[in-house]
Design a protein around this ligand. Structure first.
Ligand code: HEM
Length: 445
């Protein structure tokens, strides 16, 4: 981006190489809410200040989540093929709902997620992590984003939601396209096709999974609402969790003081993850809010009614983390905004942290001599205005023998177990189903 540009251009490789330089310059010029270009021709704003984000997220009278209020879109000024539409176009789900409707839908989501057995999901996550590492550990090199970070949450979510492997792979592929704002219409249609098929299957064969619990919830979700919530929850869960693992591993591999702290057990993995959530959170400008009336700014400007306002969690967190780093103790705390704030705050924070922490811990334990296989400057970021995500994270390490006694990949695929199965079954289930899934996933990407 050019320094004279009146907008933060959130879609350029230059922005993603050093977003905090842009946030700082724009904050100095405009204050806590900066004008932004989401992609060429799509204008909006980004709140980049900690207290402003908290206040605005709680002010549900002035700020709506319903993107049908988006003025440029209403007036036909947003190109039909705009890539950001995939993440911004209205869907009848909890993320876009306000008031009583939001409460109804949110209750269905939190109750259904609340029925999951955390211990079972935890042991399943560990088993999946081990099996994923087994798939590449003899090679001595891997792309731990594609071969690990992006697959781990997906496979865990497959279990939570009772997806079969083929549905999970197709879903993840379409989701990645949508996040990258690539042909979002096609990606959207594919997501809905996959999830409709899962719902139809669950109607015939209910299971102990979030899909079934959403369908059965007393909030009385229609089939369309269940579909929209599956797309939302699996989407909202997969990408940021994968990117949290990726962003944390990048820091481990590029910042020797950070990795030394972890290796010397001076910092617990959970605290290291918090550090990343402060410094480099996976969601940088999402979700989006729309003012219901013109909002005056301290600098005399106005955010007009119906403008998209991206929640700039990364900018806000980073600025506060910088201030804390300069304070006497520099102590970490968990008051970051990476999981949002107010009535829409992420309802699955504990699951997300459990998956990310287990994933990082298992990787560092199994492959202690992990090294970045390229120069740190060669790492590239995806250019989504909403998320912070590397394109690849190539590593090398001393080749290792797989940890599983039998070769998991020789066994025929079987459907994922339900969450009521015994924890002992987790590893067996993972071993028997991963091979086919991984092969399909790689063919699909
Ligand atoms: C590191 C991983 C994750 C991050 C950083 C994250 C972050 C967020 C953020 C920032 C929001 C919006 C909060 C707001 O508007 O104030 C959100 C909402 C949401 N998240 Fe997460 N999330 C993660 C993982 C997950 C997972 C694993 C799930 C599901 C299993 C999930 C389900 C949801 C849902 C359903 C909402 C919408 C809530 C509502 O609108 O009321 N998230 N998340």
């Amino acid at each position: 981006m050019t320094d004279g540009c009146p907008y933060a251009e959130l879609y350029t490789p230059e922005f993603h190489r050093d977003p905090h330089r842009v946030y700082q310059r724009m904050r100095e010029a405009h204050g806590p809410v900066i004008p932004a270009m989401l992609e060429p021709g799509v204008r909006g704003w980004m709140a980049v200040d900690y207290t402003t984000i908290i206040a605005w997220c709680r002010d549900t009278g002035t700020f709506s989540r319903d993107s049908r209020r988006w003025r440029d879109w209403r007036e036909g000024l947003v190109p039909e093929q705009a890539g950001v539409l995939g993440m911004m176009e209205y869907r009848p789900n909890v993320l876009y709902a306000d008031g009583a409707e939001h409460q109804r839908l949110r209750r269905a989501v939190t109750d259904s997620l609340g029925r999951l057995d955390a211990a079972d999901i935890g042991s399943y996550t560990a088993a999946v992590a081990e099996s994923l590492i087994d798939a590449f550990c003899e090679r001595g090199e891997a792309d731990i984003l594609d071969e690990y970070a992006r697959l781990l949450p997906l496979l865990v979510m497959n279990r939570m939601f009772g997806f079969d492997e083929e549905s999970g792979r197709r879903f993840m592929t379409a989701l990645a396209d949508m996040m990258d704002a690539v042909d979002s219409e096609r990606a959207n249609a594919e997501l809905e096709r996959v999830v409709s098929a899962v719902i139809a299957r669950k109607r015939k064969e209910p299971g102990a999974d979030v899909t079934t619990w959403l369908m059965e919830h007393r909030a009385g979700l229609s089939d369309e609402e269940v579909l929209q919530h599956l797309v939302l929850i699996v989407g909202a869960g997969n990408e940021p969790t994968a990117n949290l693992i990726g962003n944390a591993m990048r820091l481990v591999l590029t910042d020797s003081s950070f990795s030394d702290e972890i290796a010397g057990a001076r910092i617990a993995i959970a605290d290291a993850v918090d550090h990343v959530l402060w410094r480099d959170p996976p969601l940088i400008g999402y979700p989006v809010m729309y003012p219901t009336a013109d909002v005056p700014l301290r600098n005399g400007g106005v955010v007009p009614e119906g403008s998209p306002v991206l929640l700039g969690f990364a900018a806000a967190n980073h600025a506060v983390a910088q201030e804390n780093a300069q304070s006497a103790d520099g102590a970490a705390n968990r008051a970051h905004l990476a999981f949002g704030v107010g009535p829409h705050r992420c309802p699955a924070q504990d699951f997300a942290l459990m998956i990310a922490t287990t994933g990082i811990k298992t990787l560092l334990h199994r492959l202690p001599a992990l090294r970045l296989a390229v120069d740190p400057d060669e790492l590239e970021w995806r250019t989504s205005p909403f998320s912070r995500s590397l394109t690849t994270l190539p590593v090398s390490f001393t080749p290792q023998a797989p940890s599983q006694e039998e070769t998991p990949w020789k066994q025929p695929p079987s459907p994922p177990e339900t969450s009521t199965s015994r924890p002992d079954d987790s590893a067996r289930s993972v071993r028997s189903s991963l091979s086919a899934f991984l092969a399909m996933f790689r063919r699909g990407r």
